[in-house]
Design a protein around this ligand. Structure first.
Ligand SMILES: [Zn+2]
Length: 137
């Protein structure tokens, strides 16, 4: 893929994402770094570098997610897939409360919150500030 094609794909994904991390919904312009283009299904799992398999991700979410596509949840140890921002609606699976804590509305939401540590104290503080400023969700 040429550098120009890579830049065009990045811009396309950023537009699809509305400039937000597609996992935690942080706005890129409120952070001090460029977001990553993340493979929803990692290359090692057969995923490809096409728009339908790429997500706009903050560094935290990309770092925590890595190549994972699922995690173990609950006492029964069920294997639950992670949220897929291309095929699923964020608001179906996640709901922030007024204090910035993200609640999982489904097992997929709960699994993603767990693996990506979306309720780490730093993430909750960040979300609380965005809620107070009217930038979230
Ligand atoms: Zn994020």
């Amino acid at each position: 893929m040429s550098e120009q094609s890579r830049k065009q794909l990045r811009k396309r994904i950023a537009i699809i994402a509305g400039g937000r991390c597609e996992y935690c919904r942080v706005l890129e312009y409120l952070t001090h770094y460029d977001f990553h283009i993340e493979h929803i299904i990692g290359l090692q799992h057969g995923g490809t570098s096409v728009a339908s398999n790429l997500a706009y991700s903050c560094a935290w979410c990309n770092w925590k997610k890595g190549p994972n596509i699922a995690t173990i949840l609950g006492r029964e140890g069920s294997l639950i897939p992670l949220f897929n921002p291309r095929t699923q609606n964020w608001f179906t699976h996640f709901e922030p409360n007024e204090n910035g804590v993200l609640n999982g509305k489904s097992d997929i939401g709960k699994a993603t919150i767990k693996l990506l540590e979306l309720n780490h104290p730093e993430r909750v503080d960040e979300r609380f500030c965005m809620i107070q400023s009217g930038f979230y969700p």
